[in-house]
Design a protein around this ligand. Structure first.
Ligand code: SF4
Length: 339
């Protein structure tokens, strides 16, 4: 009896293309770092808020979700930072987009389809491709994929790079196939991540040291400096809300998809499946050390590679996870329209 095809995602293929060794650790061995990447957690929180907002358009429901998700914010600095930022983003978003030019067709929609050999038209017996799109929307008679992004800087370079987002192009193709909806293009819904920090205030010692410095520099030997107090939650939230009233904190970019692009990406996906099978058969997933610091921080598997696969490092810093956690469907609060 032949084995069932493995469900793969674009994240897996992208990682395989970037570093085969990282792909092996994540998708063959099933290892994930015990330290959660704060950027990924914040991105998931914003996705959850956007899903709820687009389902209900109820700002109070979104704030209640944030209050629950960041319940530890009284004692946890990271939870408090996320709560402030997400609250300001969602408040600004609701003000910026009180009405939408599109109509929601589906949100957080998962799909699954065959990976096809472009030379023969036969489906792979080893892999399926599964994924999830943030939304499918309609403008007039045209359908678009809605893709949410959070970005520290939204500039011309960032928008230019969206073209290289192969994942969304290949997912559009699969949405067309699996759901029978022709996709005209992608609407990128980009939300800026403000870098503002909540003012911490000075300790008594810091204040006295600063005061002494000012007095030393002063001709009169005096200073009116007062101890800086920590910024209250209300003050910080007001500063963030002001920031998110700036038009450049939100951006929508529409990209049209060409059919030629679909063909190129499908052919590349097939090539990746063949290379993966070959690597697995020979048990050789080589390292790409040019990728170790690709995102200006070490790759999640850097401690393993640096220690040459030390089992103690693996036991202490990693846990076993299911291969495609990103396919987890967020709970829907309303019924999705049928199509
Ligand atoms: S640390 Fe470098 S070589 Fe090792 S898995 Fe990550 S990217 Fe690959």
């Amino acid at each position: 009896m032949s084995a069932l095809p493995m469900t793969s995602t674009y994240s897996m293929w992208s990682l395989f293309r970037n570093c085969r060794k990282a792909c092996e650790y994540r998708y063959v061995v099933g290892l994930a770092s015990r330290d959660k990447d704060p950027n990924l957690s914040f991105g998931s929180l914003i996705h959850e808020c956007l899903q709820l907002w687009h389902e209900t358009r109820d700002p109070d429901a979104v704030i209640a979700l944030l209050d629950r998700a960041c319940a530890g914010r009284v004692s946890d600095d990271n939870a408090r930072r996320d709560w402030h930022l997400a609250r300001a983003i969602m408040t600004g978003y609701a003000t910026r987009y009180p009405h939408e030019e599109f109509e929601i067709v589906a949100l957080e929609k998962t799909f699954e389809g065959a990976i096809i050999n472009p030379a023969t038209g036969a489906a792979s017996r080893s892999f399926l491709l599964a994924g999830k799109v943030d939304g499918i929307v309609r403008i007039g008679g045209d359908h678009y994929i809605l893709e949410h992004k959070t970005a520290a800087i939204i500039d011309a370079d960032y928008l230019e790079r969206l073209w290289t987002d192969f994942q969304i192009a290949i997912y559009s193709h699969y949405v067309e196939q699996a759901l029978g909806i022709p996709i005209t293009g992608v609407i990128y819904n980009v939300l800026g991540k403000a870098r503002l920090q909540q003012g911490k205030g000075e300790t008594e010692e810091e204040y006295l040291a600063r005061r002494a410095e000012l007095i030393a520099k002063s001709k009169t030997g005096k200073t009116t400096a007062k101890r800086r107090l920590a910024e209250s939650d209300e003050e910080f939230q007001a500063r963030l809300v002001e920031k998110y009233a700036e038009p450049e904190m939100f951006h929508r970019e529409m990209l049209y998809l060409s059919r030629d692009r679909f063909d190129t990406l499908r052919a590349e996906l097939w090539e990746l499946t063949q290379a993966f099978l070959d690597a697995r058969r020979r048990g050789v997933f080589y390292q790409n050390t040019s990728f170790c610091f690709n995102y200006h921080r070490p790759c999640a598997y850097f401690p393993i590679c640096r220690s040459s696969g030390n089992p103690n490092v693996i036991d202490n810093f990693y846990q076993r996870v299911a291969p495609n956690e990103e396919l987890r469907v967020l709970p829907a609060t309303t019924t999705e329209p049928a199509f």
